[in-house]
Design a protein around this ligand. Structure first.
Ligand code: ZN
Length: 350
């Protein structure tokens, strides 16, 4: 069993929205460079696998047929716009399927004990795709498709999806909003200031899903220790849920200076997040973590940040974790966390 399986394809370069669009083809190059450097630096075994596509059936377990046929038709006609910020070219349909397939593959390799952990380095990303609509640079919801596949084919009953992208993963949240077999936890920039304009603490789920949607919106300028403090706060809920596997929407756009971001993390935050997620996985699910790439547009830091995040996932402990122990969060973050507590206290112990 390898320590980390990376799933990737050169084909991911072929989807392009616009020359100046931040979700650009070379993003995956920087991340792969980081992973290749890490292969030579750590003792753990990292293998790179060719991404495999996915059957329509697996996509239709999450999305309505109209979305699939619309994306296929626009792409088949050579491309076009699907929402104001999201466009397709002639390759988009195939590569959106390949991104979903690679994420499912990442989940499968871990579920079948071929890898301890996995990371699908994909584009287009997925977490803004709703069951019936594309948007926010996303077409199919890669992580939701992988989670649904684990539930239907591998009999998982308690999956944690943790979304550390700068933006609220509205698609993922809503797809599982009425269900308790997926706990969705998201740290994101506050919806008053950032896309997609939802993701408030009071959005807690409905019906069977009440309490299984945890939104932690952070204020503009939030820095690394506050963000990690919020992640540690979420761990208190995750410890009660006891997930059987952890899926991560790994976006790096919360880094300070990201062209679409308003948070202000440095790369040590992602090192810390990788470490904390691995601790959770060790406690609850034999270390099982599967990640898929979402956003992250600060190209000169993508190599370093992905390297640090994965190092954390592999169990390396960064210095920032020691600082976290006696860190007091800012009043802003404290007030957000007390809003989350208030909204969730019926469902979880604090
Ligand atoms: Zn994002």
């Amino acid at each position: 069993m390898v320590d980390l399986a990376v799933i990737y394809s050169e084909l991911f370069h072929k989807h392009e929205m616009d020359r100046a669009h931040p979700e650009s083809p070379d993003r995956v190059d920087f991340i792969m460079q980081g992973i290749k450097e890490l292969q030579n630096e750590v003792k753990e075994q990292i293998s790179i696998h060719q991404a495999e596509t996915i059957d329509d059936e697996d996509i239709l377990a999450v999305h309505v047929p109209d979305l699939l046929s619309t994306i296929q038709a626009i792409s088949g006609a050579g491309g076009g716009m699907i929402t104001i910020d999201t466009t397709l070219n002639e390759h988009t349909f195939d590569l959106a399927k390949l991104a979903a397939g690679a994420t499912k593959q990442a989940a499968r390799l871990v579920a079948e004990n071929q890898a301890k952990k996995s990371f699908a380095v994909v584009r287009p990303p997925g977490h803004h795709a709703e069951s019936n609509s594309a948007g926010g640079f996303c077409f199919f919801n890669n992580i939701a498709i992988a989670a649904e596949w684990l539930i239907n084919e591998k009999n998982y009953k308690k999956i944690l999806i943790i979304d550390i992208d700068h933006h609220f993963g509205n698609g993922t949240s809503h797809i599982f909003y009425h269900r308790k077999d997926v706990l969705y936890v998201s740290l994101h920039a506050h919806p008053m200031y950032a896309y997609p304009g939802s993701g408030y603490p009071t959005e807690v789920g409905i019906v069977d899903g009440l309490g299984y949607n945890i939104n932690i919106p952070l204020l503009p300028g939030t820095q690394s220790l506050d963000w990690l403090h919020a992640l540690q706060f979420a761990s208190g809920i995750i410890n009660q849920y006891q997930p059987e596997i952890i899926l991560v929407s790994a976006g790096f756009d919360a880094l300070g200076g990201d062209p679409v971001g308003i948070l202000n993390l440095d790369s040590s935050a992602f090192f810390g997040a990788g470490y904390l997620l691995n601790e959770l996985a060790k406690d609850h699910c034999d270390g099982k973590i599967c990640c898929t790439l979402e956003g992250g547009y600060k190209k000169d830091q993508l190599k370093e940040v992905s390297k640090k995040f994965i190092k954390g996932l592999l169990g390396y402990k960064p210095a920032i974790i020691d600082k976290l122990e006696d860190y007091t969060a800012t009043d802003y973050t404290k007030s957000i966390l007390s809003q989350v507590k208030k909204a969730q206290k019926v469902y979880w112990e604090f």
